[in-house]
Write a protein that binds this ligand. Structure first.
Ligand SMILES: Cc1cc2nc3c(=O)[nH]c(=O)nc-3n(C[C@H](O)[C@H](O)[C@H](O)COP(=O)(O)OP(=O)(O)OC[C@H]3O[C@@H](n4cnc5c(N)ncnc54)[C@H](O)[C@@H]3O)c2cc1C
Length: 381
């Protein structure tokens, strides 16, 4: 009997896991003993890291998108549709088009979405670089901004790429310096906790660098409301901060499919940190931003988790005991330090990251990776 594996989500994690499965199970797929189907709500995949650079005119939307069909191994069926319901007992995925798909194994790689409406006044008063439309609009604002207070505010945690707001602040600093406007632009970076990414040595590394670049750091600033008329941020501690241009990192939410299926306490899938199995359902795996794991919401995490899940599923389909385990491996580049230098963080569960000295070489490594990313999505890197 044919075994059916469905991957919901054709983003970074979804395409990598599907393509890795195509590699591990090529003979089973060719003989039609196994079918691996990818379902994604759009026909294209968005490579999100480029939206940071779009705000500064360094990348365009067209460079950040590729058809999912093109990224997938040719032996894998692709369905452009939205998963809207899950019956975890009868193992059925309901699609927005009205049809449904049955599965033996399910991989949920539905990522995260922005939820600006959760903080009063945020939508009306802030800009963001967390999607192509937002970034292009922000680019127009930055081009016209010549003086005043730029506030880069982390409003929601967890959020995608924990270091992106710091990268944005560094790049904005260089952007205004190059234009001879830096003396007229005050930059403040706020985040709600005391430790960026929950890691002590990142704060120790970043604090002097931010000071050197004259970027004010306001930790422990938890935004609860924004007054669009007065252009004021309000915090849970009763502080107020005026701004002329607000760039927010909005709250994130999980997909409705996950919430509707009751796969977690909140909107993130309760996931075993090593096996990546969903804790509340049989034969369901979860990867990437959709999980409740304490790892960063980062493409690198989705990438490493995809390899583990593909190995485990291949073993299960063959009747073997799955042994692959995820150790929390995370790699995050921090770009824009001192203009055209970068560094990176690498850590596993429970570890403080090593932070090598920032260099131009690492900056170019990040940009080379961004260009080569589509090979990663195809499972080739
Ligand atoms: C500005 C920015 C900069 C970043 N920089 C970096 C970086 O430098 N390094 C790094 O490692 N990471 C970075 N990231 C984070 C990285 O992009 C994400 O962590 C990564 O995309 C997560 O992969 P994913 O597969 O979990 O989700 P996604 O890539 O978001 O894919 C989810 C997919 O599922 C689809 N989907 C959702 N719900 C459904 C449904 N119900 N039915 C069908 N399809 C559905 C979506 O349309 C989407 O295609 C950055 C993110 C941003 C926003």
């Amino acid at each position: 009997m044919k075994r059916r594996i469905i991957v919901v989500g054709g983003g970074s994690g979804g395409t990598i896991v599907a393509n890795r499965l195509a590699g591990h199970l090529s003979s089973e797929i060719r003989s039609q003993a196994v079918e691996v189907t990818v379902v994604n709500e759009t026909s294209y995949q968005l490579y999100k890291p480029l939206t940071l650079y779009m705000a500064f005119g360094k990348n365009e939307e067209s460079e950040a998108e590729r058809p999912v069909r093109e990224l997938l191994n040719e032996d894998l069926p692709f369905i452009q549709d939205r998963g809207v319901g899950l019956d975890l007992d009868s193992k059925e995925l309901e699609l927005a088009s009205g049809s449904s798909l049955s599965y033996d194994y399910l991989v949920l790689a539905t990522g995260s979405k922005l939820a600006l409406g959760r903080v009063p006044g945020l939508k009306e008063s802030s800009h963001h670089f967390y999607g192509p439309k937002g970034s292009i609009k922000l680019r127009e604002e930055l081009a016209e901004f010549e003086e005043g207070h730029l506030v880069v505010s982390v409003v929601g945690v967890p959020h995608m790429c924990p270091v992106a707001p710091m990268e944005f602040s560094f790049i904005a600093d260089s952007w205004f310096r190059e234009r001879g406007l830096r003396d007229d632009v005050k930059i403040t970076y706020t985040f709600p906790g005391e430790e960026m990414i929950g890691k002590k040595n990142i704060v120790e590394w970043a604090t002097p660098l931010l000071e050197e670049r004259d970027i004010n750091l306001e930790s422990g600033f938890e935004v609860t409301e924004v007054d669009p008329d007065g252009e004021v941020l309000k915090s849970s501690g009763g502080e107020e901060m005026e701004f002329d241009l607000l760039v927010s990192i909005p709250p994130h939410r999980g997909d409705d499919l996950v919430t509707g299926a009751d796969l977690g306490e909140g909107e993130w899938i309760e996931t075993d940190k090593h096996t990546l199995e969903a804790k509340r359902a049989e034969d369901v795996y979860a990867i990437g931003d959709a999980t409740d794991l304490s790892t960063s919401m980062a493409g690198s995490v989705a990438h490493y988790q995809s390899g583990v899940v593909a190995e485990r599923l291949a073993s299960q389909v063959r009747g073997e005991v799955p042994t692959a385990r995820y150790d929390g491996k995370t790699i995050c580049f921090i770009d824009g330090v001192d203009g055209d230098k970068a560094t990176f963080l690498e850590f596993n569960y429970g570890e403080e990251p090593d932070i090598p000295p920032e260099s131009k070489l690492i900056h170019w490594a990040k940009h080379s990776y961004n260009k080569a990313y589509w090979l990663t999505a195809k499972g080739l890197l």
